[in-house]
Design a binder for this molecule. Structure first.
Ligand SMILES: [Mg+2]
Length: 186
């Protein structure tokens, strides 16, 4: 159903008019501290004081705050540049599809700029976390003339939903190397 990769270089572009639909968080962008960093710390410190549900809620708030106040990193800048070049040679295109909310548009564009992606070069689609990525694509992304459809995401549930709507699309699970992130943990 999908292949796991840790570099954009691993994605072959073989047909003209290929469309790459690419997730943002934990696919092209990562932050110094992952959501698991906060969760594990909270469990370590407060597992007796709060229920797991409460810890998850606190984790979400802490992670969102961390993301809003820290500079993002590219998961694989050189692999991404390589993919973009090969896509261009084949008249292909890349758009972003994120579960972020439309209202985060300005902040999202800023995040992309900070990892050296020109936000004006790509359409950014927001599901607002209200609709699956497969369904969103089937409803709102124009696939006319697209000869090869590629979907990249770090979350299996998104890959599964995409595969259900587009069984012939090539789906890749982007699994960036943990060492890169661990090295940022203080
Ligand atoms: Mg993601």
């Amino acid at each position: 159903m999908f292949e796991t990769i840790n570099s954009f270089k691993s994605i072959p572009i073989t047909k003209p008019n290929t469309l790459v639909i690419c997730d943002i968080d934990n696919t092209v962008i990562f932050f110094k501290k992952s959501v698991f960093y906060f969760y594990n710390k909270l469990v370590e410190l407060f597992s007796e004081d709060f229920s797991n549900h409460e810890l998850v809620d606190i984790t979400k708030i802490m992670y969102e705050t961390h993301k809003m106040n820290n500079i993002p990193n590219h998961t694989d800048l050189y692999g991404y540049i390589n993919l973009k070049r090969r896509l261009k040679e084949m008249s292909g295109n890349l758009c972003f599809l994120t579960a972020r909310h439309q209202k985060s548009d300005e902040h999202t564009k800023k995040d992309l700029e900070l990892i050296f992606i020109n936000p004006n070069e790509h359409i950014i689609h927001y599901t607002n976390n209200e609709i699956s990525k497969g369904e969103y694509t089937s409803k709102y992304i124009d696939l006319d003339g697209v000869e090869d459809l590629i979907f990249i995401d770090d979350m299996e549930e998104n890959l599964v939903s995409f595969h259900c709507f587009f069984p012939t699309a090539r789906c890749y699970k982007f699994d960036y190397q943990d060492e890169k992130i661990d090295s940022f943990h203080i």
